[in-house]
Design a protein. Structure first.
Length: 315
């Protein structure tokens, strides 16, 4: 299930070491719901069509220089109309002093004013990256997410099929665990998703017959990672006689998660198959495909050339 998320303004201010110049009475309850920041240049010039008051607003050197050329009454009128839209907050970059008319109207409309010491472009890029991650669409899947040779593998399959056991074997071979049992997947862009573990179960893994273990303490901090891109989805299924399984890997399969098509494969298992080794090979093979090399396509081409040559020689 996909939900809408928000970020408390107070959390963001603390995260980026911003300073409060004026704290609105509802400051603690203000939530940011839009992952974009606006520079209200046109609005300060009096143009408010297509204005997005849900966004955080930020002014820097350019806007301040323009406002300083206006009279006090003109600035008061501009900020009066600007703050009447009840924006979440106004951020002032480069430690610029707020104009008296700005503070006057902020108090009138009870709007939070924030000051930052960094450049305008740095604040905008940092806040947008932060908001995109925290406001990203997300979904929780039952599975295991591990990083193998830099590839994020999402292991899916019915309970008790051996996902966690395979993850432990991979940890022993030097790979890393991101999440066990519940994987929170977020949409980073139109082409990429990344996964992390819910904070409550982060770094823990459950092994039937042993119980819950702390991977970070048992295998060391190098064996865990906070998040990883989901590069390949692996569906682990029990082997069934008579079932047709892909022998060449020529056809590309994809699984749709949050509107993103992610490469996927199905691995049938039987007692005695070394699943960890198979997963390592799957990771390396997926990495090769991303770099432009496809062993299945090369093998098929060689077979076709062989039969073409043999057919030509028979005449």
């Amino acid at each position: 299930m996909i939900n809408s998320y928000s970020v408390p303004l107070s959390q963001m201010v603390k995260e980026f070491n911003l300073r409060l110049l004026y704290k609105a009475t509802d400051y603690e309850s203000i939530n940011i719901t839009v992952d974009d920041i606006s520079r209200p240049g046109l609005q300060l010039a009096g143009y408010f069509e297509h204005f997005e008051p849900m966004r955080l607003q930020l002014i820097g050197t350019t806007e301040t220089a323009y406002l300083n050329k206006l009279t006090s009454e003109e600035r008061r009128s501009i900020f009066d109309r600007f703050f009447s839209y009840k924006i979440p907050a106004l951020i002032i970059s480069r430690d610029l002093d707020p104009l008296p008319e700005c503070m006057e109207m902020a108090e009138k409309y009870d709007t939070t004013i924030i000051q930052g010491s960094e450049t305008t472009s740095y604040i905008i890029s940092s806040l947008i990256s932060y908001l995109k991650i925290n406001l990203a669409p997300r979904i929780t899947r039952h599975g295991v997410l591990v990083e193998v040779y830099g590839e994020g593998l999402l292991l899916l399959g019915e309970s008790g099929i051996g996902k966690s056991e395979a993850a432990v074997e991979l940890l022993k071979r030097g790979h890393r665990l991101i999440a066990d049992d519940a994987v929170e997947i977020k949409k980073a862009s139109s082409k990429k998703c990344f996964g992390t573990a819910p904070e409550l179960i982060r770094h823990y893994i459950e092994l039937r017959g042993i119980g819950v273990i702390n991977v970070a303490k048992l295998f060391g901090m190098a064996a865990v990672k906070e998040s990883a891109d989901v590069d390949l989805i692996i569906n682990i299924v029990p082997w069934r006689d008579g079932e047709v399984y892909d022998r060449l890997g020529l056809e590309s399969q994809y699984t749709d998660i949050l509107g993103v098509k992610i490469p996927s494969i199905t691995i049938p298992i039987t007692p005695g198959r070394n699943l960890a080794v198979i997963l390592e090979v799957a990771a390396m093979n997926n990495r090769q495909k991303k770099m432009g090399y496809n062993a299945a396509a090369e093998f098929t081409e060689q077979i076709n050339k062989h039969f073409d040559t043999s057919f030509g020689q028979s005449f």
